[in-house]
Design a protein around this ligand. Structure first.
Ligand code: GLN
Length: 489
């Protein structure tokens, strides 16, 4: 029997046709079958997951219901889940076992969801392709010669290959949206602060958010409904208005909805085949009653530079704690304390992490801080003001997620500047803390093979309009089947 598409798992569970335990068994069957090829999982926890599924089945039997009750989930390997290994995709944390739960993991467990595995990722969430993991690259299930996108590569591929209905990723500059677009998964960057970052290993604290990923906007909303809420352990956390409407999610009526198309995002840089798919989506939304309005976001051109200056600065500060003394890996030979720290960091961190630590230390150095870091903060304000002006005229914005489909493995990993440009359409919203979503928009034919390659579209909303944004995406997904198409594995 072929197991039903993961969008149906919830209904099967609710009808009693499948138990939580059946779903968990299915997840592990898929991991065993496909993960040797895809490498989406760093560690998995069969015994623990089965025990948790039994508890959830018991709760369901006792009449308990809930948005995530009984559903298996994969966690990006930068979330602390007590008793599980957390590597952050780095050699420096190999063997580190968490001794506490991230707030969002606690919330999932309380809601009866079952964490089954820790998912592969670019080291410390730095990367756009899933190739910068110390545990090897995660491959794209649509074409294993291509990247899956990063940094939440494993979380996204776990959904795309149907190991799970949903997963937790993190998004700092695009890390759920880009792989979502490359692998045909719905992936959200919520408004900054609406879920706690406590226990999510910091990359760039003013940009990091917990990113729910799933097989549809409906499932993303169900997952988000269990994650949100202010948390005393994260001083930047805030409550989300209308969060009770996240589950079960209703579709938005698109009549009279105004969607802005920022002209700076629709330039010649987009591949013609990707542009065609995006245009088809625009027509589809117009057909549903939305009107498209040309908009300008004049400071868009500074987004990448601004993002990378702020990001590397915060990275260099956050990664200072990995010194071989408190966590994980330690060099085997050293002559002094300083030597131990230096050697551990040299041996433990990969190229990209070291590059950012050095660049960040440079940007924050007293002689340069005005010229780089403070200037980037000013530019961040201008980018945010662009969005505020735009949202006086429109309800949402629509842009590409990426100028191209998933690129071939190895084609950008040697050139950091080229890799950074992959974030050209995702960095600005991150800087402004806005909710945005990558949803499947259709496919283009691979030039070299028979493979169909997914194209995502990005929808952006004003801060704290997360529910409305998901309602828009849900309405759109009720009218098409792009998100239901599966890769042939
Ligand atoms: N690709 C971006 C970077 O490398 C985004 C990373 C992320 O969102 N975690 O910084």
């Amino acid at each position: 029997m072929t197991f039903p598409h993961s969008t149906q798992w919830r209904a099967l569970l609710q009808k009693g046709d499948m138990s939580s335990r059946d779903l968990v068994e299915e997840s592990f069957k898929k991991i065993k079958q496909y993960d040797p090829k895809l490498n989406a999982i760093i560690s998995h926890y069969y015994e623990e997951s089965i025990a948790l599924s039994r508890k959830s089945d018991e709760r369901i039997k006792n009449g308990e219901r809930g948005a995530m009750m009984g559903l298996p989930i994969a966690l990006k390997d930068n979330f602390n889940w007590s008793g599980s290994q957390m590597t952050c995709g780095s050699k420096i944390l190999k063997g580190y076992v968490s001794n506490y739960n991230a707030t969002v993991v606690d919330k999932l467990l309380r809601a009866g969801s079952i964490p089954i595995a820790k998912a592969n990722m670019d080291e410390f969430a730095m990367g756009s392709s899933g190739e910068f993991s110390a545990y090897g690259p995660t491959l794209n299930p649509w074409d294993t010669q291509r990247v899956s996108g990063g940094s939440s590569s494993g979380s996204i591929v776990s959904v795309a290959a149907q190991y799970v209905v949903s997963s937790l990723g993190s998004d700092t500059g695009g890390s759920v949206r880009l792989p979502g677009s490359f692998c045909n998964v719905t992936a959200m960057r919520p408004t900054y602060g609406i879920s706690s970052r406590y226990g999510l290993t910091s990359m760039a604290s003013s940009l990091d958010v917990v990113g729910p990923c799933a097989s549809s906007a409906f499932e993303v909303a169900a997952l988000l409904s269990t994650l949100v809420g202010q948390d005393a352990k994260d001083s930047t956390s805030i409550d989300l208005p209308r969060c009770e409407s996240l589950y079960p999610l209703n579709p938005l009526n698109l009549k009279g909805v105004r969607i802005g198309l920022p002209m700076e995002y629709f330039t010649d840089g987009i591949d013609a085949s990707v542009r065609k798919v995006i245009d088809a989506n625009i027509s589809e939304l117009e057909g549903m009653g939305a009107s498209m309005i040309p908009i300008s976001l004049p400071h868009t051109a500074y987004a990448i530079d601004t993002y990378y200056l702020i990001c590397v600065s915060e990275v260099s500060s956050n990664l200072a704690r990995f010194d071989g003394i408190r966590f994980g890996y330690r060099t085997s030979q050293s002559s002094s304390l300083i030597d131990l720290i230096a050697k551990t960091r040299d041996e433990g961190f990969g190229e990209e992490a070291k590059r950012r630590i050095l660049l960040g230390a440079f940007c924050l150095n007293q002689g340069h801080v005005d010229e780089y870091y403070y200037r980037a903060l000013k530019s961040r304000n201008l980018i945010t003001q662009d969005f505020q002006e735009a949202f006086k005229k429109v309800d949402f914005l629509l842009t590409p997620v990426s100028p191209s489909v998933a690129f071939p493995l190895g084609s950008k990993s040697k050139d950091p500047a080229e890799m950074y440009l992959s974030d050209v359409y995702s960095a600005a919203t991150s800087l402004s803390g806005l909710p945005c979503l990558s949803i499947p928009g259709g496919f283009v034919q691979s030039p070299e093979s028979k493979a169909k390659l997914p194209v995502g579209i990005q929808l952006i909303a004003p801060a704290l309009s997360d529910v409305k944004l998901l309602e828009l995406a849900h309405a759109f997904q009720l009218s098409n089947t792009h998100h239901l198409t599966q890769p042939v594995l």
